[in-house]
Design a protein around this ligand. Structure first.
Ligand code: ADP
Ligand code: MG
Length: 378
């Protein structure tokens, strides 16, 4: 059954009648990894996997929500400060609290929601959920007076304050601003962004989720950040955003080999994002793919955040003739994002399933995605 129909039936059964429909999307990031905390660029887009909700004001001061996918239900009062127990409900509770905190209007409502963004696969189902409700509550109770960037921040603060996830702004940003056939280059320093056309005719974007997550004893993420800060300090710039390869090479004697390689990755990645933007404007998807492979290599060899499974998937992509492939996300597991010529699609996904399973004992999860609209009213 179609998502909308499923939700409508459920809503009618539980609450009677009907409400308004809203949706928001998961996201990919084509290129620009480990750049956010270096003041650099990320390059995400919303995808055709979404969270959809039917919502109707209920005239009282209670929020009543049902999750079809989790098959669960919760209620909370508008003035309640204790978050619900269920983790899925905390995202909605958090969005409500964050709207109130900002002086926005909120009234009681009934809602039913469901989605098809794979959970925990690196496609940001949580941002889709937050931005779907933030967008809807802005439309229903605030005449859309909360601007879109603030809607993204409401989602981000929800993660920080109610879900224990200390994330950046990219996921919620992509979910809120996503536009069909466009990726967005977000400048993490200024918050400015620009849309770029993404119409890869003859190619498909494929996520290959290794379903592994290596938990490391020390905190590699913090150590990467420290390396970047150390080199920036040594070069006399605020962040590596302002550093060039020439500056780095000139200071090489005073920088440890490890720090040098970390900074080389970050500085290279800034340029690769810019190259990809130019390539997209020119419709040159082969160059886009090359940069993706270069990013993977940098993440693996210089930044050292890859792992055996991801390097294996990347190597396999290359062997199959895939145009571009790289780790998507922080690394140490999760998925690769691949730009695949349509005629190679079956071969690549078949080989990825077979060979990965042979080697690691389980199949990867494969998701084809299309760049689509983000938060919206249906
Ligand atoms: P992701 O990388 O997909 O964002 P997270 O762990 O951050 O992974 O978020 C996943 C959580 O978001 C789920 O555990 C659940 O609480 C909530 N969620 C996402 N999609 C749905 C859905 N369709 N229905 C209910 N809850 C959902
Ligand atoms: Mg998430």
């Amino acid at each position: 059954m179609e998502l909308k129909e499923k939700i409508a039936n459920d809503f009618a059964t539980r609450f009677g009648g009907e409400g308004n429909f809203y949706a928001s999307a998961g996201r990919i990031n084509l290129i620009g990894e480990h750049t956010d905390y270096n003041g650099g660029f990320v390059f995400p887009g919303a995808i055709d996997k979404m969270i959809m909700a039917e919502i109707r004001p209920n005239g009282c001061d209670t929020v009543r929500v049902r999750s079809i996918d989790i098959d669960d239900y919760t209620e909370f009062g508008l003035n309640e400060e204790d978050a619900p127990q269920q983790s899925w409900a905390r995202y909605i509770f958090g969005v409500c609290r964050e709207i109130i905190k900002r002086g926005g209007t909120l009234k009681g409502f009934d809602a039913v929601f469901a989605g098809n963004v794979p959970l925990g696969a690196g496609l940001s189902s949580s941002a889709a959920l937050e931005s779907c409700f933030a967008f809807a509550l802005n439309d229903l109770f605030n005449d859309n007076s909360i601007d879109r960037f603030e809607l993204a921040r409401i989602g981000q603060s929800t993660e920080h304050n109610y879900c224990g996830v200390n994330c950046g702004i990219m996921d919620q940003f992509a979910s809120v601003f996503g536009k069909k056939d466009h990726l967005m280059r977000l400048d993490c320093r200024s918050g400015e962004f620009e849309y770029f056309p993404f119409r890869p005719e003859g190619y498909t974007l494929v996520l290959v989720d290794s379903v592994v997550k290596h938990e490391l004893a020390d905190s590699p993420y913090n150590r990467r950040r420290e390396s970047c800060e150390r080199v920036a300090g040594r070069l006399g710039v605020e962040t590596l955003r302002d550093a060039t390869m020439e500056m780095l090479d000139a200071a090489r004697a005073d920088i440890s080999d490890e720090d040098y390689r970390r900074a080389r990755y970050v500085i290279g990645e800034k340029q690769r994002v810019l190259d990809v933007c130019d390539a997209l404007v020119a419709g040159d998807y082969e160059t886009v793919g090359e940069r993706m492979y270069q990013t993977h290599r940098g993440l693996s060899e210089d930044y050292e955040v890859s792992c055996e499974e991801l390097d294996f998937l990347n190597g396999l992509a290359r062997e199959c003739g895939v145009t571009g492939s790289r780790i998507m996300g922080g690394g140490f597991g999760g998925c690769t994002i691949n730009l695949v010529k349509n005629e190679l699609l079956e071969k690549f996904t078949g080989e990825a399933r077979r060979q990965f399973c042979e080697r690691y004992g389980h199949e990867p999860k494969i998701h084809e995605v299309i760049i689509s609209d983000g938060a919206r009213k249906l």
